[in-house]
Design a binder for this molecule. Structure first.
Ligand SMILES: Cc1ncc(COP(=O)(O)O)c(C=O)c1O
Length: 498
């Protein structure tokens, strides 16, 4: 709990200052000769309004000299941020409208001042690792635990973080992802203690953890575990629009002014009030009803897990994700399903469900698919998922056998960083056939998406196992959004003098 608990507890959580200000803006019929030029939708094409809704244009107003006056003297936004910090027990909270992708970069820059070394878990999302390209930092990779049976990684063990601090005591901070896109969680309490013993801050990418502060039976959320900054995507597990993200901050290892200024340097000057409004209203709803809503979602997730497990050919991962050698905890709302017994890949299963059942799933790989249960789901949506999965099982024998994906052994999985990611990315490059890339230094990222953890990063020396995995993955349906050639027949590497 934060130092300003008593002030915070006195705050009236029934307020939603941004939502109320938007309502007032509409009631008073304010009119701005300022952006947005659509003037709350006056002449927008009815075909657009039919899809996007008139109200979305009405609520899209500029933040100052619109929602608030030119000096922001009513402080609607800062009040909304204070209410959120109070609701969750952080010292401070800041809203961002550019996703956790921006927030995490701002957090990295604020903590490191863009210099030196950062301890960073190698299972970080590409939005985090792209912060290395931007900042010029030297990554010191914390190895996640690797499960050779499941061919997937788990968040790093506290002992590994301790070893990394012993090797790199001058690093500015440690950065850990928890929960991961699979819902697996690190032992954040132990890791925070290890960092704090050295007076160093812990940054947590908690993009998937918006619900955690509002229910005691979810994995420990980063602020309660003692992290210094955590970054949350409200749109992933909360009720925000896409791009709504929050920084939470506590303690005195991170300067809130610097954090705010780093976010300011990276952010848009035209933040979308719809995003602010939805986050503000979501916080009020979570304070008032969050516990009951999350209870319902957890019960639904338990039911869905049992019902999927009962379908022949499908297996829901649970116990194998949480044990001493695996993750510390699991967010059961992430329902990770192994489809390999059906003789099809996760890519095929995902495509088939979209094509035939109008059901979309997120994370998928050569043998798994994932359905994330949210507080918006109910028995009806769960039954839709279950009937889709049953239909998939029936259809599986008629689907073609997938090409094999060559998964690297643990010893080949973690590539050596031989150059700063920024130098490799921005320096001279050449484009070569991927067959010739072994031993060369990558100048671009290659990220199987989703979940979005780059296999190759700029500055890493490419090995044969990485080439084989990515090429065989693409043949089997893996999506690589970031290489210049998404088929990876060619690759951008650092140009080296002969
Ligand atoms: C672990 C993790 N961190 C960060 C991000 C980026 O979040 P956002 O989409 O809000 O920019 C994602 C997105 O999927 C993610 O999975």
């Amino acid at each position: 709990m934060s130092s300003n608990d008593s002030d915070q507890n006195e705050m009236d959580q029934n307020q939603a200052p941004v939502i109320d200000a938007l309502a007032e803006h509409q009631k008073l019929g304010r009119y701005g000769f300022t952006p947005p030029a659509h003037r709350q939708g006056r002449v927008v094409d009815p075909r657009v309004l039919e899809v996007l809704g008139e109200q979305s244009f009405k609520a899209d107003v500029v933040a100052s000299s619109g929602l608030d006056d030119r000096k922001s003297s009513n402080g609607y936004l800062s009040k909304a941020e204070e209410l959120l910090a109070a609701a969750v027990g952080a010292d401070k909270a800041f809203f961002s409208t550019c996703g956790s992708s921006l927030s995490i970069k701002a957090a990295i820059l604020a903590v490191t001042r863009g210099q030196g070394e950062l301890l960073i878990s190698r299972d970080a999302h590409k939005s985090v690792t792209s912060g290395l390209v931007l900042s010029g930092l030297q990554p010191r990779w914390i190895k996640p635990r690797w499960d050779n049976e499941l061919k997937m990684s788990h968040p790093p063990a506290p002992e590994t973080v301790e070893e990394m601090w012993q090797r790199y005591p001058d690093a500015s901070a440690a950065l850990i992802v928890s929960p991961t896109p699979y819902g697996t969680c690190a032992d954040l309490e132990a890791i925070a203690e290890i960092c704090h013993k050295r007076g160093k801050p812990l940054i947590v990418d908690e993009a998937w953890g918006a619900q955690l502060p509002f229910h005691p039976d979810t994995p420990t959320w980063a602020m309660s575990a003692g992290a210094d900054i955590c970054v949350v995507s409200v749109h992933k597990m909360g009720l925000g629009f896409e791009q709504g993200s929050i920084f939470h901050l506590q303690g005195d290892l991170v300067d809130p002014v610097r954090l705010n200024q780093c976010a300011d340097v990276l952010s848009t000057t035209s933040a979308n009030t719809l995003i602010y409004g939805a986050m503000d209203g979501w916080r009020r709803q979570m304070v008032q009803e969050g516990k009951a809503m999350i209870d319902k979602a957890l019960n639904l997730a338990r039911r869905v897990r049992t019902d999927i497990e009962a379908i022949s050919g499908l297996h829901v991962l649970e116990d194998e994700l949480v044990h001493e050698e695996a993750s510390h905890d699991l967010d059961i709302l992430h329902v990770l399903i192994d489809v390999s017994q059906l003789g099809i890949s996760g890519y095929q299963a995902t495509d088939w469900l979209r094509e035939n059942c109008r059901i979309d799933l997120g994370t998928n790989d050569h043998r798994r698919i994932e359905a994330v249960i949210s507080i918006s789901d109910d028995d009806e949506t769960a039954d839709r998922l279950l009937s889709g999965l049953r239909a998939l099982v029936d259809a599986a024998p008629s689907l073609p056998r997938p090409p094999a994906v060559v998964i690297p052994d643990e010893k080949d999985l973690f590539l050596e960083t031989v150059m700063l990611p920024r130098d490799a990315f921005f320096g001279p490059v050449e484009v070569i056939p991927v067959e010739e890339a072994r031993g060369r230094i990558a100048a671009e990222m290659a990220t199987p998406y989703p979940p979005g953890v780059p296999l190759l990063l700029p500055g890493e020396r490419i090995n044969q196992a990485a080439i084989d995995y990515l090429r065989s993955g693409v043949e089997a349906g893996m999506v690589l959004p970031d290489p210049a050639d998404p088929t990876l027949k060619t690759i951008r590497v650092v140009r080296e003098e002969p």
